[in-house]
Ligand binder design. Structure first.
Ligand SMILES: NC(=O)c1ccc[n+]([C@@H]2O[C@H](COP(=O)([O-])OP(=O)(O)OC[C@H]3O[C@@H](n4cnc5c(N)ncnc54)[C@H](OP(=O)(O)O)[C@@H]3O)[C@@H](O)[C@H]2O)c1
Length: 309
């Protein structure tokens, strides 16, 4: 089968479309015929060697953690999925080798769920990693509710676009930072847009004089001013997905986990119209290099999808 692989750490130029063996499945794994994947910054951060101290990478490695597709085969202990089921998932395994940028992927059943019925395969592949991150930060870590005013640093990217929609669906008032070019986009998602960078504290205080009740950091650049954005009664209610140093502020660092229940929640949110997916661009598997280069610009609006035919 065809798969994207890299034989050593490096930039997008190390990616190649190659022929590899089909994956084997264990007793509680499924084999998925991949229809689409999506780009997450972690994919190219892993390939660059940036996570070498934290993750085992076996070369040649196939990158990619997001998937949508059709179950082709199930292991003998699988009871929740069957061949023919349309699924989506965040297929993060214990090591990096057989990823989702391939015609087929072997996925532990703890990583995949039935895809939203109303979603295309492209939309479904855009949701798992970024959607789970937003959901787990807002619902599990911050327990956001209708009394909250949430400030999201980096609200127009993959995670941010889902975070704005999930936070508003929980009843919160949402402020989100982005460049001017994305302010109308953020308004459309339900957030009050603000420009990031110098002067942010004044801009936030001009619209919420008492301060916000929670901060979600999806970028890192403005994490340092986050304590100054919070109302006194909400001291320490900061979550960062970028910098564990948030813990020194009394906050919490989150690293997204594969979770079938949370995937099912996201599927419901999509199917009932609460969650929409913004697709910035779509690339064929053979053009993954270009997809990564686009994402590395740091200004993706929503998600970049990779289709596998
Ligand atoms: N810990 C975890 O579990 C976890 C999970 C997912 C992602 N992450 C990390 O979180 C980050 C965001 O992921 P993502 O998928 O959302 O990335 P992404 O889609 O590539 O993010 C792009 C967005 O970043 C915004 N941005 C650029 N510079 C900014 C700044 N100085 N302040 C605020 N926003 C800025 C851009 O907005 P403009 O174009 O308007 O400038 C753009 O919309 C990445 O570093 C990723 O590796 C961590």
């Amino acid at each position: 089968m065809k798969a994207i692989t890299y034989g050593s750490y490096g930039g997008p130029e190390v990616l190649e479309l190659t022929d590899v063996d089909e994956p084997k499945i264990g007793p509680d794994w499924v084999k998925v015929q991949v229809r689409a994947s999506s780009v997450n910054p972690v994919d190219w951060k892993v390939a660059s060697g940036g996570l070498d101290s934290a993750l085992d990478v076996f070369f040649p490695a196939t990158p990619g953690w997001d998937v949508s597709g059709v179950v082709e085969a199930v292991g003998p202990a699988v009871t929740t999925l069957a061949p023919g089921d349309e699924v989506f998932g965040y297929v993060r395994k214990d090591a990096v080798r057989g990823g989702t940028y391939a015609e087929k992927v072997a996925a532990p059943i703890r990583t995949v769920a039935k895809k939203p019925v109303n979603a295309s395969f492209a939309e479904a592949a855009a949701i798992p990693l970024a959607g789970l991150t937003a959901f787990q930060c807002l619902v599990h870590a911050l327990d956001v509710g209708a009394d909250d005013t949430v400030l999201i640093h980096g609200a127009s990217g993959g995670v941010g676009s889902f975070a704005v929609q999930i936070a508003t669906s929980l009843g919160a008032r949402v402020l989100g930072t982005a460049s001017e070019a994305n302010h109308d986009y953020l308004r459309g998602l339900g957030a009050e847009p603000l420009t990031y960078g110098e002067g942010l504290v004044d801009r936030v205080r001009s619209v919420v004089p008492e301060g916000v009740t929670a901060v979600l950091d999806l970028n890192g650049a403005d994490l340092g001013v986050s304590p100054d954005l919070l109302a006194e009664s909400s001291t320490g209610r900061i979550v960062s997905i970028i910098d564990p140093a948030v813990k020194d502020m009394g906050g919490q660092y989150v690293f997204v986990s594969p979770d079938v229940d949370d995937l099912n929640e996201l599927a419901s949110l999509f199917d009932d119209g609460t969650l929409t997916v913004e697709i910035a661009s779509t690339y064929a598997l053979a053009d993954t290099q270009k997809a990564w280069e686009e994402n590395q610009s740091g200004h993706t609006r929503g998600k970049i999808v990779i289709t596998v035919d």
